[in-house]
Design a protein around this ligand. Structure first.
Ligand code: NAP
Length: 541
């Protein structure tokens, strides 16, 4: 048995959450180590290097706000930053704040167990290292556990296959190849137009069409950059209060309160503006089915106007979920790509994929000869990465047992029975429904505040109470049920992973409202958490 190294805090993951957490822990004077499976920093932006990968939150907003110097000095080259640029930014932050010396790369955590008697976590890595820490922060990301369909014959394919979420670092040259892309979610919708410009032929295997809005991406306009940089504190403050953590124009009017012509004007102007602000065209798009249908109908009209073959256009039109209840996609030339001679759309809802063959793919209807396969088949989202580790709380209870019927947390930050284990942007928090960096900063700041509170009072353990957790889960479900979200077979609901409990995982109450709740909880001495220490014992329920 290796001897455990001791720290106050162990952080798992060196993406945007882990990097900022480490910076804050240093500020508190707490000894900390970050364990990262990848060979470098960046998390999601380290792994997702597929062609066309890009953030769909504007770069001026998808960036840290904690350092005025950082936000002034960093220059984004495009309205929506590409993956390589975001990765450069993560590296810049790691260097600028001298973070690397406390990060262990190529270090995958396999287990974390809470020792009741010592009130400490023991974290073990694949390489056999053992870390003992008072607190453990899971900064493991929500979309970090890739999902491959279990098609028969997967290993028999003669060509190369790739998953968008584990793309080779050296890139892939598709020149002259017949490429099959499986999936039409955000990743595929970004990758397909880029692959189609290079490959001999692209066959897109679509099971469910998605709604996608053009990004209208462009080079960064200097005036626009200056307008943000000159007003960053106010704009960041505004974004933190928004439902999505993004500062964009929100029209609170219900969609059916205005006439058809005005409604159309609003949709057209947002379609021209580009990006996810489309869903803020009216105040009730995710609440009211009829209102939602007006937006869905508008987008279907745009698809039909763009795609020249009416049969292909019809196949690309989503009908099985309200717009926005599956993550809305943002693209560059996605629908236009289906007008290319070298792109074919195959409906695998009516004729599902039956097997991967040595030559390519076979559906219930036909065989397809392919040289390369791209799986854009998504992730075991929000819980997959956490449950892939053997996490054990009090009395050896595993997180898998605790979350058997779906994830339960208090504020998405902690789960009862697992003292001193913090989750960053976990299930039960706005997380994937928001600008992730805004939510990450909010969570990390809150956790840092809780640790400072504990440090000042000699508190050894902090744990969500079962009652507070149950109330939070009930509240989260109630808010979700008021929306159209539960109607979609989405990864938000866990539907994409066979056997996964189907519950709406993120908190839909909005980033601003959620922040107020978290702040109020802290202001009341961490209401709903049990704080215990050797010198002090405070029941703050
Ligand atoms: P995804 O949205 O889960 O899409 C997976 C796709 O694979 C779906 O079209 C799914 O079809 C299909 N699929 C899965 N199994 C299949 C099977 N057996 N047969 C046929 N099709 C199958 O995954 P993703 O595109 O990687 O995106 C995940 C999330 O990452 C996004 O929603 C977003 O939050 C984030 N993301 C963001 C950006 C951005 O910022 N621009 C870019 C990429 C990803 P069904 O729908 O029928 O299940």
């Amino acid at each position: 048995m290796s001897k455990a190294e001791e720290f106050e805090v162990v952080v798992v993951g060196a993406g945007f959450a882990g990097l900022y957490m480490l910076h804050r822990l240093r500020g508190l004077g707490l000894s900390a180590v970050v364990l990262e499976a990848g060979e470098d920093v960046g998390g999601t932006w380290y792994w997702n290097r597929y062609p066309g990968a890009r953030c769909d939150v504007e770069s001026m907003q998808y960036s840290y706000s904690f350092s005025e110097e950082l936000q002034q000095e960093w220059r984004w080259s495009e309205r929506f930053a590409s993956q390589p640029e975001i990765l450069r930014y993560a590296n810049h932050v790691a260097d600028r704040f001298d973070l690397r010396r406390d990060i262990r790369f190529s270090t995958r955590v396999v287990s974390a167990a809470f020792d009741d008697a010592a009130a400490r976590w023991t974290v073990r890595t694949e390489g056999g290292a053992v870390i003992s820490a008072r607190h453990c922060v899971m900064a493991t990301g929500c979309l970090s556990n890739t999902r491959m369909p279990d098609f028969p014959g997967l290993g028999s394919f003669h060509g190369k296959s790739y998953h968008t979420g584990q793309w080779p670092h050296e890139g892939v040259d598709f020149t002259g190849l017949r490429v099959g892309v499986i999936g039409t979610g955000s990743s595929a919708i970004q990758a397909i137009p880029v692959i189609a410009r290079q490959a001999r032929h692209v066959t897109v295997f679509q099971r469910t069409p998605n709604f996608s809005i053009p990004s209208r991406n462009r080079a960064m306009d200097e005036e626009y950059e200056h307008s943000w940089k000159g007003d960053y504190p106010a704009r960041r403050a505004k974004a933190r209060q928004m439902r999505t953590g993004i500062d964009y124009p929100v029209n609170p009017t219900p969609a059916l309160e205005v006439g058809e012509a005005e409604r159309r004007r609003e949709y057209e102007s947002r379609w021209e503006r580009g990006g996810t602000a489309f869903m803020a065209a009216f105040g009730d798009l995710i609440l009211d089915e009829k209102a939602n249908e007006t937006a869905a109908d508008f987008v279907r009209g745009q698809i039909r106007a763009t795609v020249s073959d009416p049969a292909v256009a019809e196949l690309l039109c989503p009908h099985n979920h309200p717009i926005g209840t599956k993550r809305i996609c943002v693209d560059t030339d996605y629908y236009e790509t289906f007008n290319r001679e070298n792109v074919t759309l195959v409906d695998v809802r009516s004729a599902p994929i039956e097997a991967v063959t040595p030559e390519g793919l076979r559906t219930a209807e036909a065989g397809y000869k392919l040289d390369a396969l791209v799986f854009a088949t998504g992730f075991d989202a929000m819980t997959g990465t956490l449950l892939a580790m053997d996490i054990r709380g009090r009395d050896g209870l595993t997180l898998g047992e605790k979350w058997e019927a779906g994830p339960v947390t208090y504020l998405g930050l902690m789960t009862a029975g697992f003292p001193n284990l913090f989750l960053v942007t976990g299930p039960g928090s706005p997380s994937v429904l928001s600008n992730m960096i805004v939510s990450i900063e909010q969570h990390v700041d809150w956790i840092a505040g809780a640790l400072a509170h504990a440090q000042a009072r000699g508190i050894e353990t902090m744990e969500a109470t079962a009652e507070a957790e149950a109330q939070w889960v009930e509240h989260g479900n109630e808010v979700a049920q008021r929306t159209l979200y539960p109607r979609a077979n989405s990864w938000y609901m866990g539907v994409n992973v066979p056997g996964k409990p189907q519950v709406f995982m993120p908190y839909i109450g909005g980033v601003g409202a959620y922040r107020e709740i978290c702040d109020a909880v802290a202001a009341k001495g961490y209401e709903g958490f049990r704080l215990e220490g050797r010198r002090v014992s405070v029941a703050a329920e």
